[in-house]
Design a protein around this ligand. Structure first.
Ligand code: WTA
Length: 653
């Protein structure tokens, strides 16, 4: 969060109680009810979570709700057997939900497809049988690299149905990023598509996958979903024997596929995310705890009712798309809107035209999108009838009060509560959030904990503080079960601070006199660019691969739309400090090749030197001060103070 945002948040004193009409119909109708349920969830977590789990289907009931005997390796619903796809689909087939829309999809060019729950059952069963035909069994890992088309939902749920571990890779990642993830997860199959649409252009996904799987011995097959069956496919290469068209295999498989009975602690998925080292981590989520947690958070935070039309704008490639586009709302039997493309295609009103057309009632998006809409102007939402909306949400980064107020006024018509939800890939589901019928909101605050969550703000020594590090005390069902293949890194990164007594999420926070939490941003070397986590160490290790580069330091700087942008300071080999535009281009190409376009920095500053301590450590804090034009902090430990002046000149020049 920028200094400016931080200051505006610090001065924020407006409070917005939930509208009376909203509370009257809400699952959680007021603060008394919230407090009562919260107390219960803390004093009797096993009773509380057992009751939540009982709302879902289990093939066999659990023996124990929670097992924390091997802390920090937690288990939930020990001994229980279930299947999350069953709870997303089959559970709804016996009642009126069966024939209601499960997924309402809109392609960027404007096509529309609607799958009822019954259709979803058929689609997922068929997809699951195709996976089986390709030799995929329970426990196998499957990489999914698809555009936002309904088959992406079918692929994910099909894996869950047969107990295969899905590893969804956001369709903006490069071939090398896919390869790293495929190898780390030992994926046997990659599911991709012949293309998808983004801002009027097609995404050449199959080409990227072809490059990615070269040299991946683990990959036996590539399954290709055609975006527009019955028409000519997008241009693509084909490797006989390895590549298979999904629609061809789907013709001949059985229409029914029973759900695999999964142990509550069987792995459900891996999702890779950036950390403070160069290597992305495979976050492990298992079946039972994640299932119950996403179910209950979706139910209460989005106050889901049978008649709701719910739209989460996140891509399934990120955790928000997993938990709150698919698993959470589908377990609740909601109608989910899924949109393939860009928010500003063909014009800046696209989101609002979707809201109007599908009568969206609950809308969940990211602050970066809200800020972009603010910049594009009020006329775009004003062209559309947004009266169907009753609840708004945000996620991914701190929302500045100005953006919150714009959202409240222009999109919410001052009648919709806003839920600012703080959580992470690691937490599985929402942790800090208002409950829309109960919690008075303050613009910029994620307010209070969800049931079962015990947050704190601590200083480095573990004392309670008004401002400091966010920490979580008790385990909750949705907590990740570790980093794939690296239990030590799991302990070191998340449990080492404060002697293992708290989970350390890596965020800074403040708590106010009402006990409300205000998230300030990351305190580790992770930068949140448009809500996407990018590890600065990942970029730094990419730059030093270039022969002209000796060293680099990447920092996050405030950005008007993206929240944070990246700035790279690059130290060249030899005595030169002048990088050419060609070199800048080459470095950018490297980042695109190794990660993807979304990780490009705003600026590259070439330099003959970097500010270092006498022991040779780069002082990133000073680089941040330079980039934000602030008075420099303590420079007494600097080996050569003259570096600073020349960097300042370069930065502004
Ligand atoms: C940030 C996304 C402030 C935070 C669900 C966290 C937020 C990181 C909020 C996780 C919020 C997410 N307010 N900051 N409401 N929500 N963050 O894993 O820094 O992609 O640690 O999960 O996003 O990002 P991730």
């Amino acid at each position: 969060m920028s200094q400016e945002n931080l200051e505006s948040v610090l001065q924020e004193s407006r409070t917005f109680p939930p509208p009376r009409e909203f509370s009257a119909r809400a699952h959680i109708a007021g603060m008394d009810q919230y407090r009562r349920m919260y107390e219960r969830s803390i004093n009797d977590p096993e009773g509380f979570w057992a009751e939540a789990a009982e709302e879902l289907h289990w093939f066999k009931r659990w023996d124990r709700v929670k097992d924390d005997s091997e802390k920090p390796f937690f288990k939930w619903f020990v001994g229980g057997k279930t299947n999350i796809a069953y709870n997303c689909i089959d559970r709804h087939l016996d009642d009126a939900t069966a024939n209601k829309a499960a997924i309402v999809w809109e392609g960027e060019p404007g096509e529309e497809r609607v799958w009822t729950y019954r259709d979803l059952h058929r689609q997922v069963s068929r997809f699951a049988n195709v996976l089986k035909q390709l030799g995929i069994r329970k426990g196998d890992s499957v990489a999914i690299y698809l555009p936002m088309i309904p088959e992406l939902a079918a692929a994910v749920l099909a894996c869950a149905r047969i107990g295969a571990v899905h590893s969804v890779i956001f369709a903006g990642f490069s071939a090398e990023s896919i390869r790293d993830r495929v190898i780390d997860a030992n994926s046997k199959l990659v599911i991709t598509g012949d293309g998808g649409w983004r801002r009027g252009k097609t995404l050449p996904l199959k080409d990227v996958v072809d490059e990615a799987v070269q040299g991946c011995d683990c990959v036996k097959n590539v399954l290709v979903v055609q975006r527009d069956p019955g028409q000519d496919p997008f241009p693509h290469q084909w490797t006989e024997g390895r590549d298979h068209w999904y629609h061809e295999l789907a013709e001949s498989v059985d229409r029914l596929c029973p759900c695999e009975e999964m142990d509550a602690e069987d792995m459900l998925f891996l999702l890779y995310t950036s950390g403070s080292t160069g290597k992305p981590k495979g976050i492990i989520h298992t079946t039972g705890g994640y299932m119950v947690y996403t179910y209950l958070t979706a139910k209460y935070v989005f106050d889901l009712k049978p008649e709701d039309v719910y739209w989460c704008t996140a891509d399934v490639g990120w955790v928000t798309g997993h938990s709150y586009l698919l698993y959470g709302p589908l377990q609740n039997g909601a109608t989910v809107v899924m949109y393939e493309g860009a928010p500003n295609w063909p014009d800046n009103a696209r989101f609002w035209s979707i809201v109007e057309k599908h009568r969206v009632s609950v809308f969940y998006t990211a602050p970066t999108a809200i800020r972009a809409f603010m910049k594009w102007g009020d006329e775009w939402p004003q062209k559309h009838d947004l009266s169907s909306l009753r609840l708004l949400g945000t996620v991914g980064e701190p929302i500045n009060p100005e953006a919150w107020m714009w959202y409240h006024t222009l999109i919410g018509g001052e009648r919709c509560p806003i839920v600012d939800t703080w959580w992470q890939t690691e937490t599985g589901g929402i942790m800090l959030t208002p409950l829309p019928g109960a919690t008075p909101t303050k613009p910029g605050s994620a307010t209070l904990p969800f049931f079962g969550v015990v947050p704190a703000v601590l200083d480095a020594e573990g004392n309670d503080a008004r401002a400091g590090y966010l920490a979580i005390k008790e385990p909750w069902p949705g907590i990740f079960r570790g980093i794939y293949g690296d239990p030590q890194r799991y302990k070191d990164t998340y449990w080492c601070r404060w002697n293992g007594a708290y989970y350390f999420p890596g965020d800074g926070a403040r708590v106010d006199e009402d006990g409300y939490f205000w998230i300030v941003g990351r305190v580790d070397d992770v930068v949140n660019v448009s809500g996407h986590r990018i590890g600065t160490a990942e970029l730094e290790s990419i730059y030093v691969e270039h022969p002209a580069v000796a060293e680099s330091a990447v920092i996050g700087v405030p950005h008007e739309i993206k929240g944070q942008g990246l700035v790279a300071f690059v130290l060249l080999r030899g005595s030169t400090s002048d990088g050419s535009d060609d070199l800048r281009k080459e470095l950018n190409e490297l980042v695109v090749k190794k990660i993807g376009k979304f990780a490009l920095p705003e600026k590259i500053i070439f330099s003959a030197d970097l500010p270092k301590t006498r022991s040779g450590k780069i002082m990133r804090r000073l680089l941040r001060d330079i980039a934000t034009g602030q008075a420099l902090g303590n420079v007494t430990t600097l080996a050569d103070p003259s570096v600073i002046e020349s960097l300042k000149e370069k930065y502004s020049g």
